[in-house]
Design a protein around this ligand. Structure first.
Ligand code: HEC
Length: 155
């Protein structure tokens, strides 16, 4: 997954999209054994990353600002955030899942993290060219903040 990340960040331009897809496929491949709700939430997370990508590129000045793409992708992200809590039923942490047991010991906090992502996505929907970098950073912070607490690298 780490390597996939680097490729994702390095991918540039339209041609880059194909290598990105290959990188994503590699990520999915690594979780080949995933089933049911674990598979479903992994897919949702991968989609979230995919929706973030063009917006992050705009924020970095590597792609022209396009309010409609920002609005549409941010809306998807908002809906993903709303679905997150229901995709973590108790006990669904068997490998290849990277979900931490702490999720179910502190489910209210976990839910709050998803709510933070929802709010940041909602704000991102209305971002203008000037406010985009800050809005993107804020949203990415909500991804990281949840991953640090509730996602663990398992063998
Ligand atoms: C409320 C907590 C939470 C938030 C918010 C969150 N994630 Fe996650 N994410 C997780 C957990 C937990 C896992 C591990 C799930 C598993 O393996 O069962 C994960 C896994 C992932 C993965 C790996 C998927 C895979 O196939 O293994 C990616 C990519 C990801 N998240 C991207 C994002 C992005 C991008 C955002 C923000 C836009 C985000 N996440 C927001 C909790 C969160």
């Amino acid at each position: 997954m780490k390597q996939g990340r680097v490729l994702l960040l390095a991918g540039a331009g339209v041609a880059g999209v194909f290598s990105l897809l290959v990188a994503l496929a590699g990520g999915v491949q690594a979780h080949k054994g995933a089933q049911g709700v674990v598979k479903e939430r992994m897919k949702l997370m991968m989609r979230a990353e995919k929706r973030m990508r063009p917006i992050a590129r705009m924020a970095a000045g590597k792609r022209a600002f396009d309010a409609e793409t920002v609005r549409r992708n941010a809306q998807d992200l908002m809906q993903y955030a709303e679905r997150i809590p229901s995709l973590f039923p108790p006990g669904s942490l068997k490998p290849p899942s990277e979900a931490a047991a702490a999720i179910w010991q502190q489910f209210d906090t976990f839910r709050q993290q998803a709510e933070n992502m929802r709010k940041a996505s909602q704000q991102l929907m209305q971002a203008k060219a000037q406010t985009l970098p800050a809005a993107v950073q804020k949203l990415q912070q909500t991804c990281k903040s949840c991953h640090v607490r509730y996602r663990v690298e398992k063998e």
